[in-house]
Design a protein around this ligand. Structure first.
Ligand SMILES: Cc1cc2nc3c(=O)[nH]c(=O)nc-3n(C[C@H](O)[C@H](O)[C@H](O)COP(=O)(O)OP(=O)(O)OC[C@H]3O[C@@H](n4cnc5c(N)ncnc54)[C@H](O)[C@@H]3O)c2cc1C
Length: 474
């Protein structure tokens, strides 16, 4: 690598960082009008109190603000939407500048090369809308208002995933501003170690990602949708889905959720006030073959069945993620093969008769291309299913109870845990421990030592501590 500009700074105390940032053009500090609005993350339960906040609109602003932060010794926390803001808020930001990237956006589609160049904090919905007229799409996740940046930097689990792998592996290059304010282009041919680290190592540890070039998929329309039952059917639907997923064609990626909705006027009647089991996802096959694949699930007579061919952009709405910022907490585990005992434990924790179950308990099937190793910080997802338990917290006083509810589901399933936790589904500080193999942790630390030697970057998932190796035998 070229040697970055080194700016030596004296360490500052938390209050001193806010004072030092005060008055810098484009930075809000506590007490400024607009500070409280600007610190709101997509996850409204994340109560973040940074020393300063900036929302740059241009690359030039990012460079200027990062250099100004370096001069006063502020740590820098990049945030595109705040979908995963909880660990940052829990970790403390009182000596950090929160660099919110929602105003730094843009998409360029290269139809010939089948790539998209995505700027800063651009949302998936905007990328997919730009790609769709060309019959193209990408490895987006279930929600259109998640940013491409945080999603691919943490891995990227898509409903196309079992067929096409992790979104991080579809990235061709990153443009990143280091904590020194140097712009670096990372690709397999340039700053290759950094490129490796950014593909799944939580890029917030290495700099501010200002552009991502990624591969698009030649998919104009897709067979996708959901099947819905009352939750009383869960003891039948859950084992049937588990058996169906075993040996399933990698063209199919689905999730199964047990959901509990409060009665709310903004919800459609088939959701409002109901407890349900829903299977949803995508089948990358012709309609006849898709119908054949879905047949065993349809035999369970769902109350609603929306699986059909749709424009690829429609897949962004199939999972019915909240369309607006929401307040929630979650817990996550990677699970291995699920035997009958494991399913009984899940039903006891979240099925029809469970008392105090959280609002959402979700399994997503892994395997297929998601299990194939790549040379990237996140090489593969090595479990059979992800487990995610989510509870909503309309008021902060509900947070401790909600954490207890989601943790209870994870604890019930811990005997069946298998595989490293998946960063994008880890929403608590410290939850990334165990996400990487020892060799990957050592390499991530070596990359950080080159690009952020003073450790001023502040990510949702800080690098796990450097493992101590056993002393060599003498
Ligand atoms: C409703 C919902 C649906 C989801 N669906 C899926 C899904 O289908 N598949 C999946 O894999 N995940 C999914 N997720 C998880 C999601 O991918 C993570 O929360 C991800 O971190 C969100 O990225 P973000 O940039 O929008 O969020 P942010 O909270 O802004 O970012 C999270 C972290 O990523 C890093 N980061 C973000 N932007 C930058 C940047 N420009 N430069 C450097 N670092 C940056 C920072 O460390 C930051 O703290 C979902 C989450 C929610 C809440």
């Amino acid at each position: 690598m070229s040697s970055p500009v080194r700016i030596e700074t004296a360490p500052h105390t938390a209050g001193a960082v806010a004072s030092a940032l005060r008055g810098i053009d484009g930075i809000l500090t506590p007490g400024d009008a607009g500070y409280d609005q600007a610190r709101l993350a997509w996850n409204l339960a994340a109560d973040q109190h940074p020393a300063g906040i900036a929302a740059p609109e241009h690359l030039g602003d990012v460079l200027r603000i990062v250099r100004a932060a370096a001069l006063v010794g502020a740590r820098i926390a990049p945030q595109s939407t705040g979908h995963n803001a909880m660990p940052l808020a829990q970790g403390g930001l009182d000596d950090a500048l929160l660099l919110r990237l929602h105003a730094l956006t843009g998409v360029d589609i290269d139809v010939e090369r089948r790539t998209a160049r995505v700027v800063g904090g651009t949302l998936w919905r905007d990328v997919i809308a730009a790609a769709a007229p060309h019959g193209l799409t990408a490895l987006h996740g279930s929600a259109g208002d998640v940013a491409v940046a945080g999603y691919v930097l943490g891995g990227g689990l898509s409903f196309y995933g079992r067929a096409h792998g992790l979104a991080a592996h579809s990235v061709r290059s990153f443009d990143i501003v280091t904590s020194f304010g140097e712009l670096v282009h990372a690709s397999p041919d340039s700053h290759a170690g950094l490129f490796w680290a950014l593909r799944g190592g939580d890029g917030g540890n290495f700099g501010v990602v200002v552009a991502i070039e990624l591969d698009l998929l030649p998919i104009a329309d897709v067979h996708a949708g959901f099947l819905l039952w009352d939750i009383s059917a869960a003891p039948v639907v859950l084992p049937a889905w588990r058996s169906w997923t075993e040996g399933l064609d990698r063209a199919v990626t689905t999730s199964l959720r047990m959901l509990r909705f409060p009665p709310l006027p903004e919800l459609p009647p088939f959701l409002s006030g109901r407890s349900l089991v829903i299977i949803d996802g995508a089948v990358l096959a012709e309609d006849d073959r898709a119908a054949e694949l879905l047949g065993p699930l349809r035999e369970l007579q769902p109350e609603l069945d929306t699986f059909a061919r749709m424009p690829a952009i429609g897949l962004l709405d199939v999972h019915m993620d909240p369309p607006v910022p929401s307040a929630g907490v979650s817990d996550h585990l990677m699970l291995g093969a699920l035997g009958d005992e494991a399913l009984a434990d899940l039903l006891a924790a979240a099925g029809p008769d469970a008392i105090g179950a959280p609002a959402i308990v979700e399994l997503r099937q892994l395997g297929g291309a998601l299990a194939e190793p790549e040379d990237a910080a996140l090489s593969r997802l090595d479990g059979e299913y992800t487990l995610l338990a989510i509870d909503m917290v309309p008021v902060p006083a509900m947070i401790p109870g909600a954490f207890a509810r989601v943790s209870a589901v994870a604890e019930a399933m811990r005997p069946w845990a298998d595989g490293a936790p998946y960063l994008n589904f880890v929403e608590t500080a410290g939850g990334a421990a165990g996400s990487f193999q020892i060799e990957a942790i050592e390499r991530l630390h070596r990359v950080r030592a080159l690009y952020d030697p003073m450790r001023r970057m502040c990510a949702a998932h800080p690098l796990p501590a450097m493992p101590s190796r056993p002393a060599p035998a003498v």
